[in-house]
Design a protein around this ligand. Sequence first.
Ligand code: BEZ
Length: 246
Amino acid sequence: MNWNAQLYDGKHRFVSEFGQDVVKLLAPSAEERILDIGCGTGDLASALFHEGVHAVGVDQSASMIDEAKQKYPDVPFFVRDAHDLQYEEEFDAVFSNAAIHWMKQPDHVLKSIWKSLKPGGRFVAEFGGKGNVAFISQAIIHQIDGYDTSTYPWYFPSIGEYTSLMEQTGFHVSFAEHFERPTRLDGVDGMRNWIKMFGDVVMGEQTPGEKERITNGAVNELKEVCFNGDHWIADYWRIRVAGIKK
Ligand code: BEZ
């Protein structure tokens, strides 16, 4: 995925703003070594760093990491794939906000997190759960004849599925929650902007003209279910989990 880091920061700041809740669950202490996976443009890793945490941010997207380094030159950021982090018992905690649903092999990701943690270390994450952006996804898919569902880009597990995977990896699951969080999208073009930033990847290899047609059709269909007469609302469902490396 080729991210537009400026559009992400300009119109989708709510991603890191909502991340404050998962940071509370993380309960970081100064001097801890904490890894932020899928750190995007680095806001949460930087906030931790400036609280005295030895924070490190990693993301698979080079454009996100470039932007993070420019915004926060003191904080260590690296391009890394969370499926294979290549750390060995280095961190007191690994955390992640709004990123794990992009990682399609969750068992590999969990093993990689496990290896990165010191014994007794904790894993705390929030990401899209079962039902997340279902209206938006369906509206896009309705516009595409013969959509191949195996190309769907996101992983939105149920809480049972994800906590079972955590246990199979060896985590003691200390917290798990699956909740609805309708998310306001600002402006009359809020849904169009969301689809431009994130929905494009559902459309795959369509021409720019086709993508425009699909977006128009989807926005039109979504007026019924995601527009309340004043603003657009994305149908977000979150999973929030915490686990300890036994
Ligand atoms: C989410 O945060 O739930 C999300 C963001 C982008 C694409 C899909 C889901």
